[in-house]
Design a protein around this ligand. Structure first.
Ligand code: AMP
Ligand code: ZN
Length: 117
């Protein structure tokens, strides 16, 4: 079973795998997506190895609030607070979740279509 030691995002957060980190605190880490879909594409990742939105627990409520405050801060720093952005969490196969550690995509810097494909 996939655990924390073989988790890509746990290994980026611990420094075992390189990443371009843009924010770090005791609850979450944010780093550049290696395959950006928009001019700004940051992954905001809770440190706790939670597999997906389906695995969130009541105790994580503050952590998820923190994710949103970090998104707001990074959007301002990257200059897209006014132009607009999305915070997206893909959960499960239909959403295309590829990494089994919950993460939130902060995407922006160009107009985006809706609904998604
Ligand atoms: P998801 O499809 O929502 O699970 O998103 C996974 C994201 O992780 C994709 O946008 C990938 O480009 C990104 N990704 C994969 N490997 C790395 C890596 N080593 N460093 C940063 N981002 C990565
Ligand atoms: Zn993990």
């Amino acid at each position: 079973m996939m655990g924390m030691s073989d988790c890509l995002f746990c290994n980026i957060m611990s420094g075992k795998i390189p990443g371009t980190i843009v924010h770090e605190d005791d609850g979450v880490v944010a780093f550049e997506d290696v395959n950006p879909q928009t001019p700004v594409h940051i992954l905001i990742v809770p440190r706790r190895h939670i597999r997906s939105l389906n695995d969130l627990e009541e105790v994580d409520a503050g952590l998820i609030g923190r994710v949103h405050l970090v998104a707001k801060k990074i959007a301002r720093e990257k200059g897209i607070a006014g132009s607009g952005y999305r915070l997206v969490c893909n959960c499960g196969p239909d959403a295309g979740q590829a990494v089994g550690h919950i993460h939130f995509h902060l995407i922006g810097g160009r107009p985006m279509s809706w609904p998604p494909g």
